[in-house]
Design a binder for this molecule. Structure first.
Ligand code: MG
Length: 359
């Protein structure tokens, strides 16, 4: 099975509610999707979101990188020569991690199909289910409380609360959510780089003193401020999760060795795909650090590639894979089952998606 080329399209999927973080507000998923073609009937599917404020990738840059650089570098190679494919894919163009992730997942989709196995089994097969949290967007306290109550009534046991826009006033909204959902719901807090280091220490210590019970605080300070994040990590008890600070395996080594964070958030759109993400898994295993599998604002196709990795590796103990749960419709055929917070992995070959509209 040799790679012959690529078909490129777009998906538009409306969201249930607008997705708001300290960095942006979005009301639909509008991603690039691809079908990587082969000299057999098999195709591999991939998806990339243009998350310009985080990765620097736009729709135009993703299409150009895939069409003119990445795919030409791997055409003609047998899908089982995975090391050759990935070496060429990553050498074909600098950065452009979302475009690389898009092609990488399509390659892994084909690789697992060639082996006749679901992707999570090819990657390690640790579990056949993954439990995800649900994101509660930044909004008024009342709206965030009502969204949280709704999520819990739908079966979610883990909430990821977006904050970071209001400094110390963020404490009140987290406290209000805790009071509304009761003690048994796990609350994760994502500041999306929104706090200054000293404010972060003050806020997190206050949350600890109030005994609100926070599972982790994600990316409290600016991505580049590793010294600031190290200061936060060393002056609080709550686990600190590095997100925007870690794109590559090299970043993961730096953050872990500095003890600038306690946990690592792996996202395929940051690493450039599964191949690099597996290196972060290995690094985390060596240093006895746990990982969370996250996603950008992605639909079921790209999120499922991440879910397969999360299900495959025991070092990934947390999942923030709520993209499909935020989408109003599912335009795809096949793949893992996202009814509620527990994702059930497909037992069909590959990522499992058998049809993508427009491809
Ligand atoms: Mg985050």
């Amino acid at each position: 099975m040799k790679i012959t080329g690529v078909r490129i399209g777009e998906v538009h999927i409306p969201l249930v509610t607008p997705f708001k973080t300290a960095l942006r507000s979005v009301d639909e998923v509008n991603d690039i999707v691809i079908a990587l073609t082969t000299d057999t009937d098999a195709v591999g599917y991939g998806e990339a979101p243009p998350t310009a404020v985080i990765t620097g990738d736009t729709k135009g840059s993703i299409v150009t990188a895939i069409r003119d650089f990445i795919v030409p570098s791997i055409v003609g190679i047998d899908i089982l020569e995975l090391d050759t494919i990935m070496t060429r894919l990553h050498a074909s163009i600098l950065k452009n991690t979302s475009a690389k992730a898009c092609v990488d997942m399509a390659v892994y989709d084909l690789y697992a199909k060639a082996l006749g196995q679901p992707l999570y089994k090819v990657l390690g097969g640790s579990s056949d289910t993954v439990e995800t949290d649900l994101t509660i967007s930044v909004d008024t306290v009342e709206k965030m409380v009502s969204d949280s109550i709704k999520a819990v009534s739908e079966g979610y046991r883990i909430l990821k609360v977006k904050v970071g826009k209001e400094g110390l006033a963020d404490i009140g909204r987290i406290q209000a959510i805790r009071e509304a959902v009761g003690p048994d719901v796990l609350i994760r807090v994502d500041a999306n780089q929104g706090w200054e280091p000293k404010d972060a220490v003050r806020i997190i210590r206050r949350l600890e003193d109030l005994e609100i019970g926070i599972d982790l605080v994600e990316q409290p300070v600016k991505a580049h401020d590793l010294a600031g994040m190290q200061m936060v990590t060393q002056n609080t008890y709550t686990p600190i999760l590095a997100d925007e600070s870690i794109f590559s395996a090299e970043d993961a080594i730096n953050v872990i060795r500095m003890r600038a964070a306690d946990l690592v958030n792996i996202k395929l759109m940051k690493t450039g795909g599964i191949y690099e993400a597996l290196k972060i898994c290995s690094i985390a295993e060596i240093y006895n650090v746990r990982c969370m599998m996250g996603c950008m604002l992605e639909s079921k196709l790209a999120v499922s590639a991440g879910a397969h990795l999360a299900a495959a590796r025991s070092v990934i103990t947390r999942a923030d894979l709520d993209g499909p749960g935020l989408c109003r419709i599912d335009p795809y055929t096949g793949g893992p089952d996202y009814a509620g917070p527990v994702i059930h992995m497909n037992q069909t070959p590959g990522i499992g998606i058998t049809a993508v509209p427009g491809l």
